[in-house]
Design a protein around this ligand. Structure first.
Ligand SMILES: NC(=O)c1ccc[n+]([C@@H]2O[C@H](COP(=O)([O-])OP(=O)(O)OC[C@H]3O[C@@H](n4cnc5c(N)ncnc54)[C@H](OP(=O)(O)O)[C@@H]3O)[C@@H](O)[C@H]2O)c1
Length: 161
């Protein structure tokens, strides 16, 4: 997210380009884990998901077919029950905005990338929910300066309940 908590353009896609360090962080953290994704984010990320990811797609359309035997859930509680029945140790919520908002009350940990800058969007963008009042404490913070592949400096922030 940027300094205003912006995470998406409002027209689909991220507001920024590059940020290779964040992409690698995301890949490393999510490797071999269950992911919970809104249907729109799932469709955007289809090309990026590999066989080790076990996505659960949140949709109001129970008939939605995410392909390759992947599963859908129609609300957060159902997604978590499904993950539990599969024996998943961790479910990584990967957005978008609606899903972050719904899942925040259930989250034990937040792993956030804070981009130190602000982006403009042509139409109203989508935002990560505020977490400041949700009783998380900081566990770790790593700050990185901008470089050729990362147009902005950024912080990886780890919080726990
Ligand atoms: N920067 C980041 O970290 C990050 C991460 C992820 C996404 N994004 C960006 O965020 C944007 C997409 O986010 P978004 O908020 O527009 O869409 P989204 O959360 O990815 O997906 C929205 C869809 O989720 C389903 N849904 C939403 N609320 C639901 C509920 N209460 N119960 C059941 N299903 C529900 C609906 O699917 P159906 O329509 O099928 O019913 C809805 O259309 C894109 O721009 C993407 O690039 C950014």
């Amino acid at each position: 997210m940027d300094e205003t908590r912006l995470i998406g353009t409002g027209e689909g896609g991220l507001p920024w380009r590059g940020m290779t360090r964040d992409k690698k962080h995301f890949s490393d953290y999510t490797a071999d884990k269950a992911l919970l994704l809104g249907r729109r984010t799932f469709e955007e990320m289809l090309g990026w998901l590999d066989n080790d990811h076990r996505p659960i797609v949140l949709t109001r359309n129970r008939a939605y077919d995410p392909g390759r035997g992947r599963q859908v859930a129609v609300n957060i509680e159902e997604a978590l029950t499904l993950a539990g029945s599969r024996g998943e140790k961790e479910v990584v919520v990967c957005g978008g905005a609606a899903i972050y908002r719904l899942a925040l009350p259930f989250a034990d940990r937040l792993v956030l990338t804070l981009l130190h800058g602000r982006f403009d969007t042509a139409v109203p963008g989508v935002y990560f929910p505020g977490w400041e009042d949700a009783n998380f404490r900081e566990v770790k913070r790593e700050r990185f300066t901008a470089d050729a592949e990362n147009p902005l400096s950024m912080t990886f922030l780890y919080l726990a309940r």
